[in-house]
Design a protein around this ligand. Structure first.
Ligand code: GDP
Ligand code: IMO
Ligand code: MG
Length: 427
Protein backbone atom coordinates (compact mmCIF):
# COMPACT_ATOMS: atom_id res chain seq x y z
CA UNK A 1 0.00 0.00 0.00
CA UNK A 2 1.40 3.34 -1.04
CA UNK A 3 0.05 5.67 1.57
CA UNK A 4 1.73 7.96 4.11
CA UNK A 5 0.43 10.33 6.72
CA UNK A 6 2.08 13.48 8.04
CA UNK A 7 0.77 14.91 11.28
CA UNK A 8 1.76 17.30 14.05
CA UNK A 9 2.92 15.88 17.37
CA UNK A 10 3.05 19.07 19.45
CA UNK A 11 0.90 22.25 19.35
CA UNK A 12 1.14 22.94 15.61
CA UNK A 13 3.58 24.75 13.32
CA UNK A 14 6.06 21.87 13.43
CA UNK A 15 6.76 22.21 9.71
CA UNK A 16 4.11 19.80 8.39
CA UNK A 17 3.76 21.88 5.22
CA UNK A 18 7.45 21.57 4.46
CA UNK A 19 7.49 17.81 5.02
CA UNK A 20 4.32 17.28 2.97
CA UNK A 21 5.71 19.36 0.12
CA UNK A 22 8.93 17.33 0.25
CA UNK A 23 7.15 13.96 0.22
CA UNK A 24 4.68 15.23 -2.39
CA UNK A 25 7.52 15.20 -4.91
CA UNK A 26 7.02 11.44 -5.10
CA UNK A 27 3.28 11.28 -4.27
CA UNK A 28 0.35 11.35 -6.69
CA UNK A 29 -2.35 12.61 -4.34
CA UNK A 30 -2.35 14.82 -1.21
CA UNK A 31 -5.41 14.89 1.08
CA UNK A 32 -6.33 17.36 3.84
CA UNK A 33 -8.83 15.76 6.20
CA UNK A 34 -9.50 18.16 9.08
CA UNK A 35 -9.22 21.76 10.23
CA UNK A 36 -9.68 24.72 7.96
CA UNK A 37 -8.00 28.04 7.38
CA UNK A 38 -6.84 28.09 10.99
CA UNK A 39 -3.88 26.17 9.54
CA UNK A 40 -0.90 28.05 8.19
CA UNK A 41 1.58 25.89 6.32
CA UNK A 42 4.59 27.66 4.87
CA UNK A 43 6.30 25.95 1.98
CA UNK A 44 9.51 27.22 0.42
CA UNK A 45 10.16 26.03 -3.11
CA UNK A 46 12.95 27.29 -5.37
CA UNK A 47 13.48 30.22 -3.02
CA UNK A 48 9.82 31.30 -3.21
CA UNK A 49 7.67 31.16 -0.07
CA UNK A 50 4.02 30.05 -0.15
CA UNK A 51 1.64 30.38 2.81
CA UNK A 52 -1.09 27.75 2.56
CA UNK A 53 -4.19 27.67 4.73
CA UNK A 54 -6.75 25.41 3.08
CA UNK A 55 -5.05 24.07 0.00
CA UNK A 56 -3.03 20.90 0.59
CA UNK A 57 0.73 21.47 0.50
CA UNK A 58 1.01 19.30 -2.63
CA UNK A 59 -0.63 22.09 -4.63
CA UNK A 60 2.71 23.48 -5.82
CA UNK A 61 2.97 20.47 -8.14
CA UNK A 62 0.31 21.02 -10.78
CA UNK A 63 0.27 17.36 -11.82
CA UNK A 64 -0.64 16.10 -8.32
CA UNK A 65 -4.24 15.66 -7.25
CA UNK A 66 -5.08 17.63 -4.10
CA UNK A 67 -8.16 16.78 -2.08
CA UNK A 68 -9.95 18.83 0.56
CA UNK A 69 -11.72 16.03 2.39
CA UNK A 70 -15.08 15.79 4.14
CA UNK A 71 -13.57 16.50 7.57
CA UNK A 72 -12.31 19.95 6.57
CA UNK A 73 -14.33 23.11 7.23
CA UNK A 74 -14.20 25.31 4.14
CA UNK A 75 -14.49 29.07 3.96
CA UNK A 76 -15.27 29.43 0.23
CA UNK A 77 -14.05 33.01 0.07
CA UNK A 78 -10.69 32.07 1.61
CA UNK A 79 -10.40 29.04 -0.68
CA UNK A 80 -10.94 31.16 -3.79
CA UNK A 81 -8.57 33.86 -2.53
CA UNK A 82 -5.95 31.22 -1.99
CA UNK A 83 -6.49 29.71 -5.43
CA UNK A 84 -6.26 33.18 -7.03
CA UNK A 85 -3.10 33.94 -5.03
CA UNK A 86 -1.49 30.71 -6.20
CA UNK A 87 -2.42 31.36 -9.84
CA UNK A 88 -0.84 34.84 -9.55
CA UNK A 89 2.36 33.20 -8.33
CA UNK A 90 2.36 30.97 -11.40
CA UNK A 91 0.93 27.78 -9.85
CA UNK A 92 -1.52 25.87 -12.06
CA UNK A 93 -4.51 24.54 -10.13
CA UNK A 94 -6.02 21.85 -12.26
CA UNK A 95 -6.44 18.77 -10.08
CA UNK A 96 -8.15 20.08 -6.95
CA UNK A 97 -11.10 18.21 -5.47
CA UNK A 98 -13.36 19.54 -2.70
CA UNK A 99 -15.63 17.16 -0.83
CA UNK A 100 -19.41 17.54 -1.13
CA UNK A 101 -19.52 16.58 2.56
CA UNK A 102 -17.15 19.24 3.86
CA UNK A 103 -18.90 21.87 5.96
CA UNK A 104 -19.01 25.52 4.96
CA UNK A 105 -17.77 28.28 7.27
CA UNK A 106 -20.37 31.04 7.08
CA UNK A 107 -19.89 34.68 8.15
CA UNK A 108 -21.96 34.06 11.28
CA UNK A 109 -19.51 31.38 12.41
CA UNK A 110 -16.70 33.92 12.33
CA UNK A 111 -18.73 36.45 14.30
CA UNK A 112 -19.70 33.83 16.91
CA UNK A 113 -16.02 32.86 17.23
CA UNK A 114 -15.08 36.51 17.85
CA UNK A 115 -17.94 37.16 20.26
CA UNK A 116 -17.35 33.93 22.22
CA UNK A 117 -13.70 34.86 22.68
CA UNK A 118 -14.75 38.28 24.02
CA UNK A 119 -17.20 36.67 26.43
CA UNK A 120 -14.56 34.26 27.74
CA UNK A 121 -12.50 37.22 28.93
CA UNK A 122 -9.39 36.02 30.76
CA UNK A 123 -10.29 32.40 29.95
CA UNK A 124 -10.14 32.96 26.21
CA UNK A 125 -8.74 30.14 24.10
CA UNK A 126 -6.86 32.42 21.73
CA UNK A 127 -8.55 30.99 18.64
CA UNK A 128 -7.61 32.12 15.16
CA UNK A 129 -11.12 33.70 14.94
CA UNK A 130 -11.79 32.01 11.64
CA UNK A 131 -15.09 30.47 12.74
CA UNK A 132 -13.63 26.97 13.01
CA UNK A 133 -15.20 25.98 16.36
CA UNK A 134 -18.69 27.36 15.62
CA UNK A 135 -18.71 25.68 12.20
CA UNK A 136 -17.81 22.28 13.71
CA UNK A 137 -20.38 22.92 16.48
CA UNK A 138 -23.10 23.27 13.81
CA UNK A 139 -21.83 20.10 12.14
CA UNK A 140 -22.13 18.17 15.40
CA UNK A 141 -25.49 19.80 16.07
CA UNK A 142 -26.63 18.62 12.62
CA UNK A 143 -27.59 22.06 11.38
CA UNK A 144 -24.47 22.79 9.31
CA UNK A 145 -24.38 23.67 5.63
CA UNK A 146 -22.23 21.39 3.50
CA UNK A 147 -20.51 22.07 0.19
CA UNK A 148 -23.09 19.77 -1.42
CA UNK A 149 -25.89 21.99 -0.02
CA UNK A 150 -24.15 25.06 -1.39
CA UNK A 151 -24.22 23.44 -4.84
CA UNK A 152 -28.03 23.23 -4.75
CA UNK A 153 -29.65 26.69 -4.79
CA UNK A 154 -32.96 25.54 -3.24
CA UNK A 155 -31.39 23.47 -0.48
CA UNK A 156 -28.94 26.26 0.32
CA UNK A 157 -31.79 28.80 0.39
CA UNK A 158 -33.73 26.76 2.92
CA UNK A 159 -30.78 25.87 5.15
CA UNK A 160 -29.47 29.41 5.20
CA UNK A 161 -32.95 30.74 6.08
CA UNK A 162 -33.29 28.33 9.02
CA UNK A 163 -29.76 29.00 10.26
CA UNK A 164 -29.90 32.78 9.95
CA UNK A 165 -33.23 33.04 11.73
CA UNK A 166 -31.74 31.35 14.77
CA UNK A 167 -28.29 32.96 14.55
CA UNK A 168 -29.73 36.48 14.17
CA UNK A 169 -31.86 35.90 17.23
CA UNK A 170 -28.70 34.87 19.11
CA UNK A 171 -26.82 37.96 17.93
CA UNK A 172 -29.67 40.24 19.01
CA UNK A 173 -30.48 38.73 22.38
CA UNK A 174 -27.37 36.93 23.62
CA UNK A 175 -24.34 38.51 21.99
CA UNK A 176 -25.86 42.00 21.65
CA UNK A 177 -24.32 42.59 18.27
CA UNK A 178 -25.47 43.05 14.70
CA UNK A 179 -26.84 40.13 12.71
CA UNK A 180 -26.66 39.34 8.98
CA UNK A 181 -28.89 40.13 6.02
CA UNK A 182 -30.24 37.00 4.34
CA UNK A 183 -30.29 38.34 0.76
CA UNK A 184 -26.75 39.65 1.02
CA UNK A 185 -25.31 36.32 2.16
CA UNK A 186 -27.45 34.29 -0.23
CA UNK A 187 -26.37 36.36 -3.28
CA UNK A 188 -22.71 36.32 -2.27
CA UNK A 189 -22.52 32.60 -1.49
CA UNK A 190 -24.45 31.45 -4.57
CA UNK A 191 -21.89 33.36 -6.65
CA UNK A 192 -18.98 31.80 -4.71
CA UNK A 193 -20.62 28.38 -5.21
CA UNK A 194 -20.39 28.70 -8.99
CA UNK A 195 -16.65 29.30 -8.81
CA UNK A 196 -16.14 26.29 -6.55
CA UNK A 197 -18.45 23.96 -8.50
CA UNK A 198 -15.79 22.64 -10.92
CA UNK A 199 -13.78 21.21 -8.01
CA UNK A 200 -16.65 19.62 -6.04
CA UNK A 201 -16.73 15.84 -5.86
CA UNK A 202 -17.63 12.90 -3.65
CA UNK A 203 -14.00 12.69 -2.60
CA UNK A 204 -14.29 9.57 -0.45
CA UNK A 205 -14.89 7.62 -3.67
CA UNK A 206 -12.04 9.23 -5.56
CA UNK A 207 -9.61 8.88 -2.61
CA UNK A 208 -10.33 5.16 -2.27
CA UNK A 209 -10.16 4.68 -6.03
CA UNK A 210 -6.69 6.29 -6.16
CA UNK A 211 -5.47 3.94 -3.44
CA UNK A 212 -6.97 0.94 -5.26
CA UNK A 213 -5.15 1.98 -8.43
CA UNK A 214 -1.86 1.93 -6.52
CA UNK A 215 -1.37 5.69 -6.58
CA UNK A 216 0.82 7.17 -3.85
CA UNK A 217 -1.48 8.97 -1.47
CA UNK A 218 -0.27 11.36 1.22
CA UNK A 219 -2.47 12.53 4.08
CA UNK A 220 -1.62 16.00 5.36
CA UNK A 221 -2.51 16.84 8.94
CA UNK A 222 -3.23 20.37 10.09
CA UNK A 223 -2.92 21.53 13.71
CA UNK A 224 -1.48 18.82 15.94
CA UNK A 225 -1.99 16.12 18.55
CA UNK A 226 -1.98 18.45 21.56
CA UNK A 227 -4.67 20.57 19.87
CA UNK A 228 -6.84 17.49 19.29
CA UNK A 229 -10.40 17.98 20.54
CA UNK A 230 -10.35 14.69 22.45
CA UNK A 231 -6.72 14.16 23.37
CA UNK A 232 -5.27 17.65 23.57
CA UNK A 233 -5.18 20.18 26.36
CA UNK A 234 -8.97 20.64 26.39
CA UNK A 235 -10.53 23.23 26.25
CA UNK A 236 -7.40 24.92 24.84
CA UNK A 237 -7.63 22.94 21.64
CA UNK A 238 -9.06 23.21 18.16
CA UNK A 239 -12.42 21.67 17.27
CA UNK A 240 -11.27 18.77 15.10
CA UNK A 241 -9.20 15.60 15.48
CA UNK A 242 -5.72 16.20 14.02
CA UNK A 243 -4.67 12.71 15.13
CA UNK A 244 -4.29 9.68 12.84
CA UNK A 245 -7.85 8.46 13.46
CA UNK A 246 -9.13 11.86 12.38
CA UNK A 247 -7.48 11.42 9.00
CA UNK A 248 -9.59 8.29 8.39
CA UNK A 249 -12.86 9.94 9.38
CA UNK A 250 -12.03 13.15 7.57
CA UNK A 251 -11.15 11.49 4.28
CA UNK A 252 -13.43 8.46 4.20
CA UNK A 253 -10.41 6.15 3.91
CA UNK A 254 -10.38 3.19 6.30
CA UNK A 255 -7.61 2.58 8.88
CA UNK A 256 -6.34 -0.54 7.10
CA UNK A 257 -5.32 1.65 4.18
CA UNK A 258 -3.03 3.79 6.33
CA UNK A 259 0.70 3.16 6.45
CA UNK A 260 3.88 5.17 7.11
CA UNK A 261 2.49 7.43 9.81
CA UNK A 262 5.00 10.24 10.23
CA UNK A 263 4.93 12.51 13.26
CA UNK A 264 6.44 15.92 12.60
CA UNK A 265 8.41 17.12 15.61
CA UNK A 266 9.91 20.56 16.02
CA UNK A 267 13.36 20.24 17.64
CA UNK A 268 11.97 22.42 20.45
CA UNK A 269 8.36 23.34 21.30
CA UNK A 270 6.06 26.22 20.39
CA UNK A 271 2.45 27.02 21.07
CA UNK A 272 0.15 29.82 19.83
CA UNK A 273 -2.83 30.76 21.96
CA UNK A 274 -3.58 29.97 25.58
CA UNK A 275 -3.30 26.71 27.54
CA UNK A 276 -0.78 24.61 29.44
CA UNK A 277 2.79 24.34 28.18
CA UNK A 278 5.04 22.84 30.91
CA UNK A 279 8.36 23.21 29.06
CA UNK A 280 7.70 26.86 28.14
CA UNK A 281 10.66 29.19 28.63
CA UNK A 282 9.60 32.71 29.57
CA UNK A 283 13.19 33.84 29.59
CA UNK A 284 16.23 34.40 27.38
CA UNK A 285 15.98 30.88 25.92
CA UNK A 286 12.37 31.48 24.87
CA UNK A 287 13.38 34.81 23.32
CA UNK A 288 16.31 33.19 21.55
CA UNK A 289 14.03 30.54 20.02
CA UNK A 290 11.39 33.13 19.02
CA UNK A 291 13.88 35.52 17.44
CA UNK A 292 16.19 32.97 15.83
CA UNK A 293 13.29 30.84 14.68
CA UNK A 294 11.06 33.79 13.63
CA UNK A 295 8.32 32.16 15.64
CA UNK A 296 5.35 34.25 14.57
CA UNK A 297 2.09 32.77 13.25
CA UNK A 298 1.64 32.30 9.48
CA UNK A 299 -2.06 33.19 9.69
CA UNK A 300 -2.44 35.58 12.60
CA UNK A 301 1.12 36.93 12.96
CA UNK A 302 0.85 36.29 16.72
CA UNK A 303 4.10 35.59 18.48
CA UNK A 304 4.48 31.92 19.39
CA UNK A 305 5.25 30.82 22.94
CA UNK A 306 8.54 28.89 22.94
CA UNK A 307 10.13 26.21 25.10
CA UNK A 308 12.33 23.13 25.23
CA UNK A 309 11.54 19.85 23.51
CA UNK A 310 9.09 17.87 25.64
CA UNK A 311 9.34 14.09 25.33
CA UNK A 312 6.23 13.53 27.49
CA UNK A 313 4.18 15.31 24.82
CA UNK A 314 5.73 13.53 21.84
CA UNK A 315 5.64 10.11 23.54
CA UNK A 316 1.91 10.68 24.07
CA UNK A 317 1.57 11.65 20.39
CA UNK A 318 3.52 8.54 19.35
CA UNK A 319 1.04 6.36 21.23
CA UNK A 320 -2.13 8.12 20.06
CA UNK A 321 -1.09 8.11 16.41
CA UNK A 322 0.83 4.81 16.29
CA UNK A 323 3.71 6.69 14.72
CA UNK A 324 6.07 4.82 12.43
CA UNK A 325 8.67 7.57 12.04
CA UNK A 326 9.62 10.99 13.33
CA UNK A 327 10.38 13.92 11.05
CA UNK A 328 12.45 16.30 13.16
CA UNK A 329 12.39 19.87 11.85
CA UNK A 330 14.14 23.15 12.64
CA UNK A 331 17.18 21.51 14.16
CA UNK A 332 19.22 24.40 12.71
CA UNK A 333 17.45 26.87 15.02
CA UNK A 334 19.38 25.33 17.94
CA UNK A 335 22.77 25.92 16.26
CA UNK A 336 23.79 28.81 18.55
CA UNK A 337 23.08 27.20 21.92
CA UNK A 338 25.86 26.00 24.28
CA UNK A 339 23.60 23.44 25.91
CA UNK A 340 20.12 22.20 25.10
CA UNK A 341 17.52 20.78 27.47
CA UNK A 342 15.10 17.96 26.81
CA UNK A 343 12.12 17.53 29.11
CA UNK A 344 12.07 13.87 30.16
CA UNK A 345 9.18 13.85 32.58
CA UNK A 346 7.19 16.00 35.01
CA UNK A 347 7.49 16.13 38.79
CA UNK A 348 4.14 16.37 40.52
CA UNK A 349 3.89 16.30 44.33
CA UNK A 350 7.25 14.52 44.54
CA UNK A 351 6.41 11.86 41.97
CA UNK A 352 7.80 11.78 38.42
CA UNK A 353 5.04 11.55 35.81
CA UNK A 354 5.93 9.95 32.48
CA UNK A 355 2.42 10.28 31.09
CA UNK A 356 0.65 13.44 30.01
CA UNK A 357 -1.92 14.29 32.70
CA UNK A 358 -5.51 15.02 31.70
CA UNK A 359 -6.17 17.56 34.43
CA UNK A 360 -5.35 21.20 33.73
CA UNK A 361 -4.97 21.67 37.48
CA UNK A 362 -2.24 19.02 37.62
CA UNK A 363 -0.59 20.44 34.50
CA UNK A 364 -0.46 23.87 36.11
CA UNK A 365 1.61 22.48 39.00
CA UNK A 366 3.97 20.07 37.24
CA UNK A 367 7.70 20.83 37.17
CA UNK A 368 9.54 19.60 34.09
CA UNK A 369 12.52 17.31 34.64
CA UNK A 370 15.29 18.18 32.22
CA UNK A 371 18.25 16.36 30.77
CA UNK A 372 20.99 18.70 29.58
CA UNK A 373 22.71 17.90 26.30
CA UNK A 374 25.71 19.63 24.73
CA UNK A 375 25.05 21.97 21.79
CA UNK A 376 27.01 21.79 18.51
CA UNK A 377 27.66 25.52 17.91
CA UNK A 378 27.95 25.01 14.14
CA UNK A 379 25.81 26.15 11.23
CA UNK A 380 24.15 22.91 10.10
CA UNK A 381 21.81 24.45 7.51
CA UNK A 382 24.16 23.43 4.70
CA UNK A 383 24.57 19.79 5.78
CA UNK A 384 23.41 17.51 2.98
CA UNK A 385 23.48 14.15 4.69
CA UNK A 386 22.90 12.79 8.17
CA UNK A 387 26.57 11.81 8.49
CA UNK A 388 27.60 15.41 7.84
CA UNK A 389 25.78 16.59 10.98
CA UNK A 390 28.02 17.30 13.98
CA UNK A 391 28.13 14.43 16.47
CA UNK A 392 26.24 16.42 19.13
CA UNK A 393 23.42 17.22 16.70
CA UNK A 394 23.11 13.53 15.81
CA UNK A 395 23.18 12.65 19.50
CA UNK A 396 20.39 15.19 20.16
CA UNK A 397 17.97 13.77 17.55
CA UNK A 398 18.83 10.19 18.45
CA UNK A 399 18.13 10.92 22.11
CA UNK A 400 14.73 12.36 21.12
CA UNK A 401 13.99 9.24 19.10
CA UNK A 402 15.06 7.03 22.02
CA UNK A 403 12.95 8.90 24.60
CA UNK A 404 9.92 8.86 22.33
CA UNK A 405 10.41 5.28 21.17
CA UNK A 406 9.99 5.99 17.46
CA UNK A 407 12.71 5.76 14.77
CA UNK A 408 13.93 8.79 12.85
CA UNK A 409 12.56 9.11 9.33
CA UNK A 410 13.52 12.64 8.31
CA UNK A 411 15.75 15.37 9.74
CA UNK A 412 15.24 18.89 8.43
CA UNK A 413 17.82 21.68 8.77
CA UNK A 414 16.13 24.49 6.85
CA UNK A 415 12.88 25.47 5.12
CA UNK A 416 14.00 24.51 1.62
CA UNK A 417 13.38 21.13 -0.02
CA UNK A 418 17.13 20.70 -0.36
CA UNK A 419 17.61 21.00 3.41
CA UNK A 420 16.02 17.62 4.10
CA UNK A 421 17.75 14.39 5.12
CA UNK A 422 15.82 11.22 4.57
CA UNK A 423 16.75 8.32 6.81
CA UNK A 424 13.79 6.23 5.79
CA UNK A 425 12.06 6.48 2.41
CA UNK A 426 8.28 6.12 2.50
CA UNK A 427 7.39 5.99 -1.21
P1 GDP B 1 3.13 23.84 9.81
O1 GDP B 1 1.92 24.61 10.22
O2 GDP B 1 3.33 22.63 10.64
O3 GDP B 1 3.17 23.54 8.34
O4 GDP B 1 4.37 24.80 10.12
P2 GDP B 1 4.48 26.36 9.75
O5 GDP B 1 4.63 26.48 8.28
O6 GDP B 1 3.40 27.13 10.40
O7 GDP B 1 5.81 26.75 10.52
C1 GDP B 1 7.03 26.12 10.26
C2 GDP B 1 8.01 27.14 9.66
O8 GDP B 1 9.29 26.57 9.69
C3 GDP B 1 7.75 27.49 8.21
O9 GDP B 1 8.09 28.84 8.01
C4 GDP B 1 8.72 26.58 7.45
O10 GDP B 1 9.11 27.13 6.19
C5 GDP B 1 9.86 26.52 8.39
N1 GDP B 1 10.67 25.30 8.40
C6 GDP B 1 10.29 24.01 8.20
N2 GDP B 1 11.32 23.16 8.43
C7 GDP B 1 12.37 23.95 8.78
C8 GDP B 1 13.70 23.66 9.20
O11 GDP B 1 14.14 22.52 9.29
N3 GDP B 1 14.50 24.73 9.53
C9 GDP B 1 14.04 26.02 9.46
N4 GDP B 1 14.88 26.99 9.78
N5 GDP B 1 12.80 26.31 9.09
C10 GDP B 1 11.96 25.29 8.76
P1 IMO C 1 -1.04 24.52 11.79
O1 IMO C 1 -1.74 23.58 10.85
C1 IMO C 1 -0.84 26.35 15.74
C2 IMO C 1 -4.64 26.95 17.84
C3 IMO C 1 -5.07 28.40 18.05
C4 IMO C 1 -5.83 28.25 19.36
C5 IMO C 1 -6.53 26.91 19.21
C6 IMO C 1 -7.97 27.01 18.74
O2 IMO C 1 -0.46 25.71 11.12
O3 IMO C 1 -0.10 23.80 12.69
P2 IMO C 1 -9.08 27.52 16.39
O4 IMO C 1 -9.04 28.76 15.53
O5 IMO C 1 -8.61 26.30 15.71
O6 IMO C 1 -10.42 27.33 17.05
O7 IMO C 1 -8.06 27.83 17.61
O8 IMO C 1 -5.77 26.18 18.26
N1 IMO C 1 -4.35 26.59 16.43
C7 IMO C 1 -3.12 26.44 15.94
N2 IMO C 1 -1.91 26.62 16.51
N3 IMO C 1 -0.92 25.90 14.47
C8 IMO C 1 -2.12 25.69 13.89
O9 IMO C 1 -2.26 25.12 12.68
C9 IMO C 1 -3.30 26.00 14.61
N4 IMO C 1 -4.61 25.92 14.35
C10 IMO C 1 -5.25 26.28 15.47
O10 IMO C 1 -3.97 29.26 18.17
O11 IMO C 1 -4.93 28.16 20.43
MG1 MG D 1 1.40 26.52 10.87
Amino acid sequence: MATAMVLGTQWGDEGKGKIVDYLAQKADVVIRSQGGNNAGHTVVADGQSFALRLLPSGILFSEKTCIIGNGVVVNPEVLLEEIDGMVKKGVTISKLEVSTRAHVIMPYHIRIDEEDEKLRGDDKIGTTKNGIGPCYADKINRVGIRIGDLMDRDVFYQKLKTNLELKNRLFATYYNCEGFDFEEIFTKYTALAERIRPYVKDTEYSANQYIKEGKKVLFEGAQATMLDLDHGTYPFVTSSNPTAGGACVGSGVGPRMMSNIIGVVKAYTTRVGAGPFPAEQNNKIGEYLRETGHEFGTVTGRSRRCGWFDSVVVRYAAMLNSLDYLAITRLDILDGLDTINICKGYMYKGIELKEYPESLKVLQDVEPVYEELPGWKTDISGCKSYDELPENARYYVERISQLVGVPLGIVSVGPDRSQTMVLHDVF
